[in-house]
Design a protein around this ligand. Structure first.
Ligand code: FAD
Ligand code: NDP
Length: 512
């Protein structure tokens, strides 16, 4: 029974009826109800349906303060990985067009970029994915509700549609997969009123123009990177360091490259206020924490990339007994994605301590469905998840940073093999390759098991994905040396690493 209720009173009556009926029959409307139709929720619901289970998924997008909204598929599809990678590609093409002249192409000057053309094409692709997800749910017989879900009890979900219509669904199992949304900073006048976040940038119909990006992690660097790449004036405001948690030598190479290709950096600066001038421009005041001086500049757009907040506040989780981490607001989860309430699970970005990445959300969702309905006992392995930052010079890595490896094994317990290399594509194009670098961090003893692999260069995601398999299989430095390279590629440079950092020898690759 998934009846509609018109008033509060009828809903309550219906609920009492449902709970009593459930007590008597032990039956629910669904074997599984998933709240949140993003990367994790869709994967989990489709997998469960494959086992012949009765499954429903609720997905609902609250518009941003600027009014941006989108369709089914969650962050990755609509306001994350997909539009981001496509706009990154647009930027890479700009660089390629410049290279092309050196390769003999006659390209008229100046080359210009048209935001509306790019944005429309990207947005149309995203819409096609929204449609594709709806069709897939239909094909797999997963019932889709475009409703905002909240918990009533450990087996009951209340769904509310845009028009305010309420639906109660009962389920043997509930999976919470509501992801997160970008944060706005507190105590900065004008922050929410005048500025945007990554939830808006990909849906702008007109160019954002001169842009200030506040925050220097994945989102900030990637957004500022593609904005620079398509020819816009972009500045990143960094309050501390870039890419916290990543290997800092690699992070510095990424930002050095960005700086040399035109992205501006306001290092050690914190924003104070954003005012809208009568011209429509945004005047930002910030403090340079080094000099303690207050500074100002005007921008067309200010984008906050200061982290994400989990969507756990409006789901009534705590009232049902689902324990949250008080500081982060994320759901406390066990290794099997179980929450503190039996039959309620949480996957993806809202899980405390989980990587905020699409492939981990998908894999966790599929494995959970199998454990629930297919007698599988396989748990998600969250260790050593590979990742790539899609900055103008891409950075891919798997495993430990050099700092973390040193912390765990001591400086004398690790061996770092490294190389500065020049991608062949850069030679004819006369591109500077100073930041193209590879570093493999190994245990120093025995077979020298690889602890971490880091790569900056073209197609870092593709390169890192391949080596991630070796990493998963426990590869050692000797396995790496035994691997025959594919010539001429950037990835083959990984298989040729022979200079240790400890030796102090020049790590620049010479010859081919
Ligand atoms: P989401 O995909 O966020 O899905 C949650 C869904 O639940 C949303 O549709 C939401 O609207 C809905 N919802 C929320 N509350 C309710 C409710 N009460 N009822 C019903 N529905 C609700 N990851 C990568 O691996 N690679 C990348 O390149 C990458 N790029 C990114 C770029 C950006 C700009 C951002 C912001 C993120 C990026 N990510 C990337 C991270 C990735 O998008 C997330 O890790 C992933 O989407 C998390 O999936 P999820 O299922 O946990 O949540
Ligand atoms: P993060 O939480 O990783 O980083 C937030 C950044 O904002 C940090 O640089 C932080 O600085 C800074 N910051 C926070 N508050 C303020 C403030 N008040 N003023 C100035 N700066 C501030 O968030 P992101 O949004 O970048 O990324 C969220 C997650 O999304 C990532 O962890 C990642 O898992 C996922 N993602 C993955 C991508 C990929 O796979 N390519 C791409 C994009 C996102 P400080 O270090 O000083 O705290």
């Amino acid at each position: 029974m998934a009846a509609f209720c018109k008033g509060r009173y009828r809903c309550k009556r219906q609920l009492v009826h449902q709970i009593l009926t459930r007590g008597l029959t032990g039956k629910y409307d669904y074997d599984l109800v998933v709240v949140g139709g993003g990367s994790g929720g869709l994967a989990c619901s489709k997998e469960a349906a494959q086992f012949g289970k009765k499954v429903a998924v609720l997905d609902y997008v609250d518009p941003t303060p600027k009014g941006t909204k989108w369709g089914l598929g969650g962050t990755c599809v609509n306001v994350g990985c997909i539009p981001k990678k496509l706009m990154h590609q647009s930027a890479l093409l700009g660089a390629a067009v410049k290279d092309a002249r050196k390769y003999g192409w006659n390209i008229p000057d100046p080359i210009t970029h048209d935001w509306p053309t790019m944005a429309e094409a990207v947005q149309n692709h995203v819409r096609s994915l929204n449609w594709g997800h709806r069709v897939q749910l239909q094909d797999k017989k997963v019932k889709y509700f475009n409703m905002k879900g909240s918990l009533v009890d450990e087996h009951t979900i209340r769904g509310v549609s845009k028009a305010g219509k309420e639906t109660l669904l009962t389920a043997a199992n509930i999976v919470i997969a509501t992801g997160g949304r970008p944060k706005y900073p507190v105590n900065i006048p004008g922050a929410m009123e005048h500025c945007i976040t990554s939830d808006d940038i990909f849906w702008l119909k007109e160019s954002p123009g001169k842009t200030l990006v506040v925050g220097a992690s994945y989102v900030g660097l990637e957004c500022a990177g593609f904005l620079t790449g398509i020819g816009l004036d972009a500045t990143i405001m960094v309050r501390s360091i870039a890419l916290r948690g990543f290997d800092q030598q690699m992070a510095n190479l990424v930002t050095d490259y960005m700086e040399s290709y035109g992205t501006k950096f306001a290092w050690k600066c914190v924003p104070k206020k954003v005012e809208k001038l009568s011209s429509g421009a945004l005047q930002v005041t910030w403090e340079d924490t080094g000099s303690r001086r207050e500074e100002q500049d005007t921008f067309d757009t200010v984008l906050w990339a200061v982290g994400r907040a989990p969507e756990t506040k409006t789901i009534n989780l705590e009232n049902v007994g689902v324990a949250l981490n008080k500081e982060s607001g994320k759901v406390i989860v066990a290794a099997d994605e179980a929450t503190s309430v039996p039959h309620i699970y949480a996957i993806g970005d809202i899980g405390e301590g989980r990587p905020e990445l699409t492939p981990t959300a998908i894999q966790a969702g599929k494995l959970l469905a199998r454990r629930l309905f297919n007698a599988s006992r396989e748990l998600m392995n969250y260790d050593n998840v590979p990742t790539t930052v899609f900055t103008p010079l891409e950075y891919g890595c798997v495993g430990l940073s050099e700092e973390e490896a040193e912390k765990r094994h001591g400086k004398d317990g690790i061996e770092v093999y490294h190389a500065f290399y020049k991608p062949l594509e850069f030679t004819v194009a006369e591109r500077d390759a100073s930041q193209c670098y590879i570093k493999v961090v190994c245990l120093r003893e025995g077979d020298q098991r690889i602890l971490g692999l880091h790569f900056t260069g073209p197609n870092a995601g593709e390169v890192t994905q391949g080596f991630a398999l070796g990493f998963r299989c426990g590869a050692t430095y000797h396995h790496l040396l035994d691997t025959v390279g594919i010539h001429p590629t950037c990835a083959e440079e990984v298989t040729k690493l022979h200079i240790t950092k400890r030796s102090g020898l020049d790590a620049t690759v010479t010859g081919c």
